[in-house]
Design a protein around this ligand. Sequence first.
Ligand code: 5RP
Length: 237
Amino acid sequence: MKVNLDPIQIAKQKAALEAVKHVKDGFVVGLGSGSTAAFAIEALGEQVKNGSLHILGVPTSSQAFQLAVENKIPVTTLDEHPVIDVTIDGADQLTPELFLIKGGGAALAREKIVASASKLNIIIADQPKKTALIGENNQFVPIEVLPFALAIVKETIIAMGGRPVVRECKGKLGPVITDNGNAVIDAYFGEIVNPAELAVKVKMVPGVVETGFFIGLTDIAYLGYAGGVEKIEKLRK
Ligand code: 5RP
């Protein structure tokens, strides 16, 4: 358990601790990416290390893989376990309807694949990430793109009314390259009234590998705040 956390980190940790209560012995668990999901991986690792929990993890990124290894969580693959019992992952923004934007850590493609293979998807975040509409507060939508198609995907995003920005590395010159060898466009669309429609339009653009729109994929969200944890539940059929 980490100490000396700031209020946002404490909120993230509270949400994570609530989510890990859903993990039962013997489960295959999707391990999300980002700083909030890291709290969940750490909490699961504590139980694994003290012998009270036996799970297999399916990491959604190289970061999640590394954290699983550090926290002694045995990892498996979708080839070996194509059905995941529960996935716990973070989000960049979410609405009360559980429309999400993900991909701030450029792991959106694997995160969506793991989410789609999961019986239960739990999202954890600090409460300020909840907004009435996605795209509020200048939140961009990450889009994973084949490098070969970068220029034409940018043009198409502009034609759709968006402002595309190719994500650049920090600490290294050049564009961010995902775990799948692709580039990322962060697209600013402003407030998005119909995210399901825009998600399909963007996904259909040749060269787009995946979008950060996560619509209809989430069952439960736990949102940490100073006074506790808010739960939003929209169980999928
Ligand atoms: C990575 C993600 C993350 O879950 C999202 O960016 C949230 O990150 P954090 O918990 O660090 O705020 O989608 O691709």
